[in-house]
Design a protein around this ligand. Structure first.
Ligand SMILES: NC(=O)C1=CN([C@@H]2O[C@H](COP(=O)(O)OP(=O)(O)OC[C@H]3O[C@@H](n4cnc5c(N)ncnc54)[C@H](OP(=O)(O)O)[C@@H]3O)[C@@H](O)[C@H]2O)C=CC1
Ligand SMILES: CC(C)(CO)C(=O)C(=O)O
Length: 310
C-alpha cells in the first residue's frame, strides 16, 4: 500500500510514522522537518508510544508515483491552497481529509470525485522539528465516504490504520461524525484559546453557560442541515461532553491557543464561523457562535503574544 500525506505537521507526521510500519509512506511537509527526518528520523512520544520512524519526506511529491490514498492533514485554512498546488496528484485518487471543522471535504470534492472524510480526536503537540508528543486520546479515528456511505476503499484504510496499531473505525454517516467533532471543537477551542486555559477549566459554571449556548445553536444548525447526530439533542451531547470528552482531554490546550500565540490564522471560519454562516443560510440564529468567531478574528488581528502586552 502506498500512502501520500499532504501538509504533514503534528497530526500528519505522527500518522505517517505509524503507517510507515505497514505501508510505503511519503509526507509532504516543511523542509526543516524533512531534513530532520532524513538525518535522525521522526520522533514520537506519548500515548501512541515512544518511537523513531524513518519515511520519505520532502516539500514536493516524487514524480510518477502512484498512491492508494492521499491524506490531507494541513490546517483547514491551507486546504484550498494545498489542493490547488498538488491538484494533479488528487485527480481521480482516494483523498482523505484528517482535519478539524466543516468544509474541508467540500473543498477537496472540487479536485477529486473520491473524497473520504475523517475525524481524529487525539492531541498532538510539537516538541521540535520532526518531534511530536501525542498527549491525549478521546476516541478512535473515524472514516467514511463523503458525503455518505462506507465502501471497500474506506474499510481498506481503516484496516491499514488498525494494522499500524491505531484505533480506527468506519461510519456510514461521516457528515454526522464531522458535525459531532465540530461540536466539541466549537464548544472548547475558542473559549480555551481566548481564556488561555486547558479544556478542563471550561467546566467552570460561567464558561459552561457559554458552552451551552454554542452547543444549542450548533445542534439546531446541524438538524436544519439534515444531519442526525448520535445524541437525541443538545442536552444529551452536553452531558457526553461534560462526563466523557472533557475529562478525557482535561489537560489539553486547544491548538487554536497556539495559533493565536504564534500570530497565525486560526481555523475559526471552519468551526464557530462555519456554524454561523451555515446558520445564516438556513435561517437559524447563531448569536453565540457568531460572537465567538468575531472575538477570535479580533484576537487574530492583534497578532501573537499576550493580549494587552506592549
Ligand atoms: N494538533 C492537534 O492536536 C489536532 C489537530 N487536528 C486537526 O488536524 C489538522 C492539522 O493540524 P496540525 O497537524 O496540528 O497542524 P500543523 O500546523 O502542525 O501541521 C500542518 C503542516 O502543514 C504544513 N503545510 C501547509 N501548507 C503546506 C505546503 N504547501 N507544503 C508543505 N507543508 C505545508 C504547515 O506548515 P506551516 O506551519 O509552515 O504553514 C504545517 O507544518 C487541523 O485541521 C487540526 O485542527 C485534529 C485533532 C487534533
Ligand atoms: C486535540 C483535540 C482533539 C482536542 O482534544 C483537538 O481537536 C484540538 O486541539 O483541536
Amino acid at each position: 500500500m502506498r500512502i501520500l500525506i499532504l501538509g504533514a505537521g503534528a497530526v500528519g507526521l505522527s500518522v505517517a510514522g505509524m503507517l510507515s510500519r505497514v505501508a510505503t509512506v511519503h509526507a509532504v511537509c516543511r523542509a526543516r522537518h524533512a531534513r530532520t527526518i532524513a538525518a535522525d528520523g521522526f520522533s514520537m512520544s506519548g500515548v501512541w508510544g515512544e518511537a523513531r520512524f524513518r519515511f520519505s519526506a520532502a516539500e514536493t511529491v516524487p514524480e510518477q508515483e502512484d498512491w492508494d490514498y492521499v491524506i490531507v492533514a494541513c490546517k483547514s485554512t491551507d486546504t484550498r491552497g494545498l489542493a490547488e498546488r498538488f491538484a494533479p496528484v488528487l485527480v481521480g485518487r482516494e483523498v482523505v481529509s484528517l482535519q478539524n471543522g466543516l468544509g474541508n471535504e467540500e473543498i477537496l470534492a472540487g479536485f477529486t470525485d473520491r473524497v473520504i472524510g475523517g475525524t481524529i480526536i487525539t492531541g498532538f503537540e510539537w516538541r521540535g522539528d520532526a518531534r511530536v508528543h501525542v498527549s491525549v486520546e478521546a476516541g478512535p479515528i473515524r472514516l467514511g465516504r463523503f458525503p455518505e456511505g462506507a465502501d471497500p476503499a474506506v474499510e481498506g484504510l481503516v484496516a491499514l490504520l488498525r494494522a499500524a496499531g491505531l484505533k480506527a473505525g468506519s461510519t456510514p454517516s461521516i457528515r454526522a461524525a464531522l458535525w459531532a467533532k465540530t461540536l466539541y471543537n466549537c464548544a472548547l477551542n475558542p473559549l480555551g484559546a481566548l481564556m488561555g486555559v486547558a479544556y478542563g477549566a471550561l467546566a467552570h459554571p460561567q464558561a459552561w453557560a457559554v458552552i451551552e449556548g454554542i452547543v444549542a445553536e450548533a445542534c439546531a444548525v446541524c438538524a436544519a442541515d439534515g444531519v442526525t447526530l448520535p445524541w437525541p439533542g443538545a442536552e444529551a451531547y452536553l452531558e457526553h461532553l461534560r462526563t466523557v470528552q472533557l475529562p478525557a482531554t482535561a489537560d489539553h490546550h486547544p491548538s487554536m491557543l497556539q495559533d493565536l500565540q504564534r500570530g497565525r490564522p486560526t481555523e475559526i471560519d471552519f468551526l464557530n464561523g462555519a456554524v454561523a454562516s451555515r446558520g445564516a443560510a438556513l435561517g437559524i440564529p447563531t448569536p453565540v457562535n457568531a460572537t465567538l468567531a468575531r472575538l477570535i478574528r479580533f484576537r487574530e488581528s492583534l497578532g501573537g503574544g499576550v493580549a494587552g502586552e506592549p
